[in-house]
Design a protein around this ligand. Sequence first.
Ligand code: ATP
Ligand code: MN
Length: 478
Amino acid sequence: MFNKRVKVKDLLASEATGQEVIVMGWVRTFRNNQFIALNDGSTNNNLQIVVELGMLDENTLKRITTGASLKVTGEAVPSLGKGQKVEIKAKSLEILGDSDAEKYPLQPKKHSLEFLREIAHLRFRTNTFGAVFRVRHALAFAIHKFYNEKGFVYMHTPIVTASDAEGAGEMFRVTTLPFDNPPRNEDGSINFKEDFFGRSTNLTVSGQLEGELAAMAFSEVYTFGPTFRAENSNTARHLAEFWMIEPEMAFYDLEDNMNLAEEFIKYIIRYAMEHNREDLEFLAQRLAEEEKQLPQDKRSEMGLIEKLEFVINNNFERITYTEAIDILLNSPAYKKKKFQYEVKWGIDMQSEHERYLVEKHFKKPVIVTGYPKEIKAFYMRQNDDGKTVAAMDILAPGIGEIVGGSQREERLEKLTERMKEMHIPVEEMWWYLDTRRFGSVPHAGFGLGFERMVLFVTGMTNIRDVIAFPRTPKNAEF
Ligand code: ATP
Ligand code: MN
């Protein structure tokens, strides 16, 4: 019975010939005891249901409140109202679930994003979050489509691991040991031999190392899964739990890697532009209105759609880290002491530096290569200069770093030497090093932070608004 339901999106796109249909959804508004705006999440557009005067008793009319769920049977007829072609002339109406108007927190008015974060369980029912999460879905689907078309194998790498892929030590421990009285070694340290896995384990920060193992057999693989970082950075671009896409390719050098990343980003944006035009137009409108509140110099030069089109149609700028530092040192911003953090060769560029490069200097996405080895992970391929590694980061306007990648060090001696320098436990990583012992090949890969990509495409400004239930320091509600 329920699956005879017609989706609002399909109905709005169809011809209204007086055919009888069943629709279900949630009430957005109810005007004049006559016009119901019904939404079922298939589109941001509401379906207008017209209830003839006298058709429903007083009590039922009172129960048609914002948030209530309805089943309506009626005729699809051409609409006289503005903005829609089709409406439903109700024949019968059933209230599936009441929604107490006094208590329902979502009223048909503008709510702040901060407020909506507190009711994240309900915010899907707003226009903004409806659009954001349909776009998020489209991007996720496009990602699989892109790699599938290229013949990559989708790997599911473990969530619980014993290795720290980034060597950054920002991991959540996974344990079943009692925290009030854990078993101890003679020297007082915790005895992880008694832990569930017989060793100390944590949530993964990246699937890359396991991805590399698979790439050494399938040539081209990718992962798309959750990753976890216990970094205490309470910024608009960091989550403690986020999703990452990590392709890993044998027989790729750094340039192949950059080419793939650029093609990939353009492909998924194009997919969303083609399949979620309405949602993106809604989000563009939202952004334009929001930016009206900002001083002129803080507003974006391009609208959202324009920006996305620009990114699809132009090459990303490619520069070396050394060139990037020179640009910063010669910038008016540097000369006027506008940067809060120091600029000199060797620094890990801060967000203000990255944003200067993409937003002020180049005004487009920028790929930076050849970072100092001191600020990058142990597995990146060492360049002949002895100072830099074959890393590449992609920086996006409004976001900063969106991709981090590199050609990997395939030479066993160079790799172990670097691991020792960086105090990475070489013995524990025997399985990783085996790939360099048996049929090692040049290979490369990168990680794209999915939420940062969703931010970029939706024009939202806080990463907490593009993942359903954000996990951030001091927050794991829902
Ligand atoms: P950042 O300097 O911005 O913290 P990172 O250098 O730690 O990034 P990588 O380790 O290279 O990032 O991770 C690959 C990608 O994952 C990044 O380019 C970014 O898009 C995304 N990413 C990293 N950390 C986070 C986070 N805490 N929340 C959301 N996305 C993240
Ligand atoms: Mn980080």
